[in-house]
Design a protein around this ligand. Sequence first.
Ligand code: FES
Length: 108
Amino acid sequence: MKAISLNLAHVHYVAVDEKTYFLKRHSHSTQLLPTECPHRGGPLHMGDVTQDGQSVICPWHDNAYKLCNLEKKSLPTVRVRNVISTVVGENNRCVPLLKLSRHVELSQ
Ligand code: FES
């Protein structure tokens, strides 16, 4: 495993191999949640949060997903002030991203 530290002012997304994660800030935590909707791969990072703040609504088919369920597929994180740290596998390629384009280029 290797630890990755990300400055929250400069990163909104992270690509780990072919998967991408977006930063979701709550009042009490910050998480790296998968951008891919479990239904058919819609862009969860573009979804609205429900009024109670407990779910994200996928923009493709309007299904709501509880954040506590999405957390199960999130990257483990620890936040200290403006830096969030996560761990990925030793052989995983991890790329911090400010924007998410349709095709993430991992070969840098
Ligand atoms: S792809 Fe997200 S609800 Fe269908």
